[in-house]
Design a protein around this ligand. Structure first.
Ligand code: ADP
Ligand code: MG
Length: 428
């Protein structure tokens, strides 16, 4: 991908935008871009530099993202709405062409990383509540004040803000910014290697530290990693507006990452900001359980779309006939009675039971959490609460959750999850 039209190759110490930003190390990458930690000379701070591939379709996508991020920044100078802030943008010409670059405020690990740290066991409910409040604040701002639909909400696209100043974060503390590329210096290469090695060593040490602390816990309500996160205010921001659209100016029919996709998108019934509320519910479930809510797969005689619809109904009950047959693609999946054509027998397993049986929630936690989630997973998009309404839900202000401490009677019964999950599917 590092060729004409592709990624721009960056080396530590490279400078951008007339020398204002100096590349420090790579933070991540996506299909369209690489993202670098950079030092902003003008304001003496670290920023995230997103460098887009140079081919026209990528430039087009970046222009769109810049437009959305600018609208977000213009509407929100206070920087407290839980959405990433665009700091600057510019063009950078390199050997592979001209690259659009976005300068974003520097954030921390994604929620997906946090779920991995929990060994896919899920986070303590009080932390889930804090994170949910942030995401809902972001969605309320995007939907109500700006008319923007994110369309790709998922744990990967939500990044933590450490309460520790990102410029003084333990992983990066003691780091003096690299201000120039050590080239032209006869020891240039070697100097850079030392710098890179130093950075890597520090990162490894920090990871080892977190790992050690993470393996100390394990008793009571909090999972291991939560012990090392204890006391850290769980705040986060929504990122990645590459696929966002305006409620009144939509671009794509097929939106959202598969597992977080709302039923109306699969059925092509038209969509609104309530698709983000569906993805939000899937994300909240994943934070609390460590597992995705829906992982559809195609099988013999049925597609992944059909499996997805079946999984939804097994968890949430039968889809009302009018909704099932109301989409442009309904005929591909449902008969005129509103029954799936190729997956005939469903094994219903309501959300509150699933939380108790499979994820060992107490009856009380399971009931409260599913009362919070179920309205967001209404098959009728117009019935789903808005982010603003959802922020009023009592579940967000419950304290002292007992998850993993008090095991209900039924959770002690042995449940063969694999078998209960079986459903009978008939080929065409
Ligand atoms: P794409 O649109 O290509 O998926 P993203 O905007 O999701 O790009 O960024 C790719 C990755 O870069 C993210 O998953 C994350 O690891 C990292 N990243 C993006 N923005 C930031 C940021 N503001 N601060 C820190 N890391 C970031
Ligand atoms: Mg992304």
């Amino acid at each position: 991908s590092y060729r004409k039209g592709g990624y721009h190759a960056v080396r530590v110490g490279d400078s951008f935008s007339g020398g204002r930003y100096i590349a420090q190390r790579k933070l991540g990458w996506g299909q369209f871009s690489t993202v670098w930690l950079a030092y902003d000379i003008q304001f003496s701070r670290y920023v995230a530099l997103k460098i887009q591939k140079s081919a026209p379709q990528f430039a087009q996508a970046a222009l769109h993202e810049i437009e959305v991020l600018s609208a977000i920044a213009d509407g929100n100078p206070s920087n407290n709405k839980c959405v990433v802030q665009l700091v600057d943008h510019f063009k950078h010409t390199g050997p592979n062409g001209q690259h659009l670059c976005m300068v974003l405020e520097f954030l921390g690990d994604s929620l997906l990383r946090l779920i991995k740290y929990s060994h896919y066991k899920g986070l303590e409910l009080n932390k889930v509540r804090e994170i949910c409040k942030c995401i809902l604040n972001a969605l309320d701002y995007l939907h109500r004040e700006l008319g923007i639909i994110h369309t790709d909400l998922k744990p990967e696209n939500i990044l933590l803000i450490s309460t520790i100043d990102p410029n003084k974060d333990p992983i990066r503390s003691g780091l003096t910014p690299i201000l120039e590329r050590p080239e032209g210096n006869p020891n240039g290469g070697a100097t850079m290697n030392i710098v890179e090695k130093q950075l890597k060593r520090r990162a490894r040490k920090a990871v080892a530290r977190i790992g050690r602390r993470a393996s100390m816990g394990g008793v009571g309500g909090s999972t291991k990693v939560e012990r090392c996160l204890d006391g850290i205010d769980m705040r986060c921001k929504v990122v990645d507006f590459g696929n966002a659209c305006w409620a009144d100016k939509q671009f794509a029919e097929e939106i959202q990452t598969r597992q977080y996709r709302a039923p109306e998108v699969i059925l092509c019934s038209g969509y609104s900001s309530s698709v983000d509320m569906w993805s939000f519910a899937c994300t909240a479930f994943e934070l609390a359980t460590g597992e995705m809510m829906f992982t559809p797969k195609s099988g013999q005689g049925f597609s992944d779309d059909e499996d997805h619809l079946a999984l939804m109904m097994e968890l949430l009950g039968k889809m009302p006939r009018k909704i099932a047959v109301g989409g442009a693609r309904s005929k591909d999946y449902f008969d005129r009675h509103g029954d799936l054509k190729r997956i005939r027998r469903l094994k219903y397993w309501p959300l509150d039971r699933l939380l108790v049986d499979k994820f060992k929630f107490s009856d009380n936690d399971a009931r409260e959490f599913s009362e919070f989630l179920c309205p967001l997973l209404d098959f009728a998009p117009e019935n789903r609460p808005t982010a603003q309404q959802c922020l009023q839900h009592p579940w967000l202000n419950i304290r002292n959750s007992t998850k993993n401490e008090v095991k209900s009677e039924s959770s002690l019964q042995k449940v063969d999850v694999g078998m209960s999950n079986l459903k009978i599917k008939v080929g065409k």
